[in-house]
Design a protein around this ligand. Structure first.
Ligand SMILES: O=P(O)(O)OC[C@H]1O[C@H](OP(=O)(O)OP(=O)(O)O)[C@H](O)[C@@H]1O
Ligand SMILES: Nc1ncnc2[nH]cnc12
Length: 220
């Protein structure tokens, strides 16, 4: 359940803070739990702040603009939020990697395990070619299973996967222990030691400047 500004109940949502590593910018980050036992990192609060949203795109574009990327592959669903803008800015084509049975044409697919189940990514046959240099975009890396499946799909089609880019990393889930780790770059560090602001179900209470801004050097 997402915060409802008009709600009068007392349900509480935790808000963490995300900090862009390459610029002194921060944004709010909901931590809610739509699935039992999972502390869900939700990037929709970032989207409510057009400046922070633009910054998140610009940071990716800056990093990848000289890497001869010819295809940006966005992972359904939240990779579709960030991927197309990055693709247009890089002058690259955008290829959606979709969940099962959504694409109308012939597909190749990869199955993978998630923090909370299994899933499958599909890609249209012919969407990428052997000459393509790919950037994979998603909102978040948890176990790394999704990005790993995306890389396998693109490589099976002959593309070279240059890097994977996501907004947030959940270090506790050790996605970087996955063999794909050297290809993954996240551009946000969660402020784990910072006390979390707890608000009552009211998005208007998100105050971005309430938190000291901090810059972290470099990607990792
Ligand atoms: O690193 P992993 O453990 O593979 O998890 C990361 C994936 O999980 C989330 O998507 P989800 O599978 O929940 O799908 P959705 O975006 O369609 O809701 C997230 O958007 C990533 O794609
Ligand atoms: N904890 C989490 N929050 C958001 N998306 C996720 N995908 C996998 N684990 C997740």
């Amino acid at each position: 359940m997402l915060p409802n500004p008009s709600s009068t109940d007392n349900q509480e949502f935790q808000i963490g803070i995300g900090v862009f590593k390459e610029s002194p910018k921060s944004f709010a980050l909901f931590q809610i739990s739509p699935k039992p036992g999972i502390l869900f990192q939700d990037i929709t609060t970032l989207l409510l702040d057009p400046k922070a949203f633009q910054d998140s795109i610009d940071i990716f574009v800056e990093r990848f603009k000289d890497k001869k990327i010819t295809v940006v592959a966005g992972i359904e669903a939240r990779g579709f939020i960030f991927g197309p803008s990055i693709a247009l800015a890089l002058g690259a084509k955008f290829v959606p990697l979709r969940k099962p049975k959504k694409l109308p044409g012939e597909v190749i697919f990869e199955e993978y395990m998630l923090e909370y189940g299994t899933d499958r990514l599909e890609m249209h046959v012919g969407a990428v070619q052997e000459v393509d240099r790919a950037l994979v975009v998603d909102d978040l890396i948890a176990t790394g299973g999704t990005l790993c499946a995306a890389i396998k799909l693109l490589e099976r089609a002959g593309a070279e996967v240059v890097e994977c880019a996501c907004i947030i990393e959940i270090p506790e889930l050790k996605g970087r222990a996955n063999p794909i780790a050297e290809k993954v770059r996240s551009n946000v560090k969660r402020q784990q030691r910072r006390p979390q602001l707890v608000v009552r179900a009211n998005t208007k209470e998100i105050v971005f400047d309430q938190f000291p801004r901090a810059a972290f050097g470099g990607w990792h």
